[in-house]
Design a protein around this ligand. Structure first.
Ligand code: FNR
Length: 182
């Protein structure tokens, strides 16, 4: 069947390398798979239970509904201080408070890029830990951790230019689609 995946970006930077990956995904997806972008994690206020008690922000509800309607979520994010960027973690924390927790049983794919050699691997494993509690179905292999980003993206636009990386991501997307179809 045709599938629809949505992307969640963990960087707010205009020329983000991870944003470059997210923008490339629609063109790298296999036939029958559509990919579109969710809203920005920068649109959410800092999580506050008192704010939640006044009503979950509309941007959180809208993103939760978009995730619920999708066949899978692709999270593309940098690693900050060996961990998950605060604004991405904040978004996940908000989304987890929705009455219909949108990550439950949801297929999830994690991708990352970094100028460093490990390509954001440590962030990926910390993200997986949150999805244990949220009961998401995180895809395992192959993993996309794009190291040495300086040579693989356009510095000014953040566009992904490395053909080998594109081919590998296309392969991962095809495997993720198979995982989702079961
Ligand atoms: C970083 N960076 C980084 N890189 C990495 O591989 N491991 C890390 O732990 C960190 N830590 C870190 C902390 C903070 C606060 C910043 C701002 C940056 C470097 C990071 O990978 C680099 O800035 C990327 O370009 C960020 O991703 P985007 O914005 O290009 O997608």
């Amino acid at each position: 069947q045709d599938l629809h995946f949505v992307t969640l970006l963990g960087s707010l930077r205009k020329a983000s390398f991870n944003g470059g990956i997210a923008r490339a995904l629609p063109g790298l997806a296999p036939a029958g798979v559509r990919v579109s972008a969710l809203g920005s994690v920068g649109d959410f206020p800092h999580y506050d239970a008192d704010l939640q008690a006044e009503g979950i922000p509309a941007a959180v509800t809208a993103m939760g509904e978009a995730i619920a309607a999708a066949d899978g979520v692709i999270i593309v994010s940098p690693e900050y201080n060996y961990s998950i960027p605060g604004s991405l973690k904040n978004a996940i924390d908000w989304l987890s408070r929705l009455p219909q927790q949108p990550f439950k049983a949801k297929p999830i794919l994690i991708q990352s890029a970094s100028p460093g050699a490990l390509g954001g691997a440590r962030m990926q494993y910390q993200l997986r830990q949150s999805f244990v509690f949220l009961d998401g179905r995180v895809f395992n292999a192959p993993e996309v951790m794009v190291g040495g980003a300086m040579g693989k993206f356009d510095k000014d636009s953040g566009d992904l230019t490395d053909e080998g990386t594109k081919a590998f991501i296309a392969k991962q997307l095809a495997a993720f689609a198979e995982f989702v179809r079961g």
